[in-house]
Design a protein around this ligand. Structure first.
Ligand code: ATP
Length: 297
């Protein structure tokens, strides 16, 4: 028997980062929006835990127990006193190490898939608790839609979204390590007073209204200077997308994927083509938001 779960990628429409806490984490005001680029996670009963992956970036995905999907299987199995005996297959379409929470998506996907396969009947709260233990972005991959994440980003408040937003994502060559980007943020912040992170009221209103122009005017990512410092060529990608007709562009999360908000699907196709032609990215993908969270297909 097998169960397949589809899980979306995310873009951070606002990522406000506070000063480093004593535990090294940063307090965040993180406005997540799930976008229609998906990984599919299939779990099948097997003799022992095994992970396989297919897709253009499959070679960069670890297949051992550090894979977030494997960690999710182990966490659920341990809680319910059963053997983690499944084959997890990931059909990966979300860029790897791209700041789009691809690994988190696979963790949430494997969790929902095993819950269904084993008939565990875990409550939503229990699943969310396991997700939070796996990583800051994993709970959002489970719920999808749009949400404000506070704390390390894992405490979620669902947000209203009043329409469809169209996006183009420029996939860069190679990833950027999230801890390295936070390290660079800390280095750039040295000697400066960092205000506590607060969600922008204008941005939340633009989301609720489904107003792409208003959202474009309020997109912010406090990690962007750090990502640009580590990967200066991203400035060329941002300039190319804006010149091609995007309403706004920003680094997605810790990067190096860049995200462009466009007024409609047709403009999205044009911007994607222009980004590719500019030679400043490896691939350009279009997607609509909001997308639903992890769901059995
Ligand atoms: P985020 O946006 O949450 O910061 P990301 O999109 O930048 O994450 P991921 O694709 O989640 O990055 O991968 C980051 C690293 O995590 C990878 O380089 C890889 O070593 C590891 N990893 C663990 N599990 C997975 C997985 N299932 N898919 C991809 N990478 C994984």
């Amino acid at each position: 028997m097998s169960v397949t779960v589809r899980v979306p990628a995310k873009v951070n429409v606002q990522l406000a980062v506070g000063a480093a806490r004593p535990d090294g984490f940063h307090d965040l005001a993180n406005v997540f929006l799930a976008v229609g680029l998906y990984d599919e996670v299939t779990v099948t009963e097997a003799d022992e835990l095994r992970v396989t992956c297919e897709g253009p970036d499959a070679a960069e995905v670890p297949l051992d127990r550090t894979n977030l999907a494997a960690r999710a299987v182990l966490a659920l199995a341990e809680r319910h006193g059963r053997a983690p005996a499944v084959h997890v297959h990931i059909a990966k379409d979300i860029p790897v190490a791209g700041g789009m929470a691809g690994g988190s998506a696979d963790g949430a996907g494997a969790l929902v898939a095993c819950d269904a396969l084993w008939g565990t009947g875990a409550s939503r709260d229990e699943l969310l608790e396991i997700c939070a233990g796996l990583g800051s972005d994993v709970p959002f991959s489970l719920v999808g839609g749009a949400a404000l994440g506070t704390g390390r980003g894992e405490r979620l408040t669902p947000l209203e979204v009043g329409g469809t937003f169209h996006w183009v994502f420029a996939v860069a060559d190679g990833g950027l390590s999230t801890p390295a980007v936070y390290g660079e943020f800390d280095r750039l912040a040295r000697g400066r007073e960092i205000p506590g992170p607060v969600a922008s009221a204008d941005l939340l209103a633009a989301l609720a209204k489904g107003d792409a122009h208003a959202l474009a005017a309020t997109l912010t990512n406090d990690l962007q200077p750090a990502a640009l410092s580590l990967r200066p060529s991203l400035a060329d990608t941002l300039a190319a997308g804006r010149a091609a007709g995007a309403l706004a562009g920003l680094v997605s999360g810790s990067g190096p994927t860049t995200a462009f908000l466009v007024p409609d699907e047709e403009t999205g196709a044009r911007v994607a083509e222009a980004l590719l032609a500019s030679g400043t990215c490896r691939a350009a993908r279009t997607a609509a938001a909001p997308a639903a969270g992890a769901a059995v297909v």
